[in-house]
Design a protein around this ligand. Sequence first.
Ligand code: NAP
Length: 331
Amino acid sequence: MGETRHEKVLIIGSGPAGYTAAVYAARAMLEPVLIQGIQPGGQLTITTDVENWPGDTSILGPDLMAKMEAHAREVGTEIVSDIVTSVDLSARPFTAVTDGGATWKADALILATGAQAKWLGLPSEEKYKGFGVSACATCDGFFYRGQEVVVAGGGNTAVEEALFLTNFASKVTLIHRRDSLRAEKILQERLFRNPKVEILWDHTVDEVVGSEAPLGVEGVRARHVATGAVTAIPCKGFFVAIGHAPASELVADQLETHHGGYVVTAPDSAATSVPGVFAAGDLTDHVYRQAVTSAGMGCMAALEAERFLAENDEGKSVSEPLGWGAEVRAG
Ligand code: NAP
């Protein structure tokens, strides 16, 4: 049996939301513990340049997350390298059990488990996952030096992945189901300018085709959304970049969720349907999903956790509305 510990604030997740919550909770002397999860640093650790984090014209995603982790540690967060496998939100203190066998009790819980890449759901996609099918160009792009690859999707992720892959591949075909991209205009312009990129508009991928022994991708079959005409595109790598789904499995049956699993928070708040449990970042945000908005929500979650603990565990009443009151007037 592993150890059991009881903390004031437990933070689950280590993306911008989790680390920002940690910084604020630590500075509020709540001695937070942050459990990093399966991908310490979150989605930004598998991206390349981040060009919209204020204060850094361009910074590598892994470097930004290393800085956030160091900041959280420096101000007094205990960072634990482990994976939470179950939580019990039915009674306070809340309970979280980890893969490493530890049991954590927490008076307030901040959920910042983020989101994961979505897949098309094709049997052939499943079959070739790890054998030519990937959802991470940063992780796997290197394997396709001098070869042709296909990317599916039309958002920022798809365009960034396609551009990144031009560093290795001889040709990158982007397949999108509509006739315009939803990616930022600056990224679109870079994509359109790149001579290695070809775009197949108004198509969806029907099937991944490949060899059996050894298992490997040889191409994809794309179907025109209006005519149904099928085009075969040869490629050695197929990258799925069609968005993300919230990582809410741990709490989906215990908290209110909506829009396909995003945890519901109260308006202008990080409070979930269980008092004392707060959610921040991509786990709850189906609209903005930016590093900077996640960080903002992490800040809100920590400030609200602080207020919740003051009101519930120390018998204090906090008279100011959260966030604004004292700090703004002092400034
Ligand atoms: P996204 O913006 O939701 O885009 C998903 C794309 O995949 C859309 O173009 C969508 O098509 C397409 N798609 C969805 N389901 C599909 C399916 N079943 N078959 C074919 N195509 C499908 O997701 P994302 O690009 O991963 O971005 C997620 C969030 O992170 C966004 O808010 C984005 O701005 C942000 N992000 C920001 C940056 C940056 O600022 N540098 C980088 C990466 C991500 P439709 O367009 O037709 O809906």
